[in-house]
Design a protein around this ligand. Sequence first.
Ligand code: GPP
Ligand code: MG
Length: 291
Amino acid sequence: MTIDSAATSLQVDRNGYESDLKKHWDDKQSDDINLLLGETDGLFHHHYAVGDFNRKILSAPAEEREALVLKEMHRLESEQVRLITDLLDGLSPSARVMDAGSGRGGTSFVVHDRFGCRVDGVNFCEHHIAFAEELAARRGCGDKVAFHYANMAVTPFADETFDAVYCNETTMYVDLFEAFAEFARLLKPGGRFVLVTWCQNDAVTLTSPEIEAIDEHYVCHIHTRGTYLRALAANGLIPSRVDDLTADAVPYWELRLNSELKTGVEPYFLDAYRNNHLNYLVIASEKAVAE
Ligand code: GPP
Ligand code: MG
């Protein structure tokens, strides 16, 4: 585990909420819905997906169906990472990128494989870090992809360290104003911040039983769409693109509902996307140059 010398003085869980959250992830160690999916290619994801699936697999014979469903879920989750890599296009192999909330490393490895750049994953879950470090060694990229035990809102890195920072469905765990201030500090001027998230559609509602159920399931706080845009602006992160992919986020959950590994959260995502209480957003932004 990489613990920068400065990081030892930085507390990872700073309050009751962060301790509860850390415990949630520390305890989540036999999650087959994630662990079984990555066995073929060593990419283990902790995010969802957009785009349709091959619906023919649902009429496959019962004994073949589950394997086909899991394979298709993994294909969709892996392809989802392109939402981020396409917006990082042009990064050079000498670039340095931070993965804020790196989970078991899935997105970090895909970003490194595409650009050859250095990726620093930040995560507050030690078993995820150990898992991802072992994968990095196995993939032969341990010198370029590192995982750090730290809170993404208070990292050990120096100002203007990174050419790009991204969050792949992780910002529902942090105060956006605090985390985006940290990312703005870490980015070089003109550096990119790319974010994929699910958020409450505050143009429609501020209360949603489905969103409350999702928050409870993952110990998270789903922010509103407005809060994302206000927190970016407040921190000099200028959006260049905001894509609403809500309709495209539905099929992943329809597919997952067909798996024996479904966890119970599926109907809440399906209902919340379908009634437009929840949005699936991709936001690209750049750090303003100083005045
Ligand atoms: C759940 O993914 C992911 C989040 C709630 C966002 C936080 C992501 C991190 C990397 C910490 P999952 O794949 O673990 O959920 P599930 O087990 O339901 O598939
Ligand atoms: Mg998952």
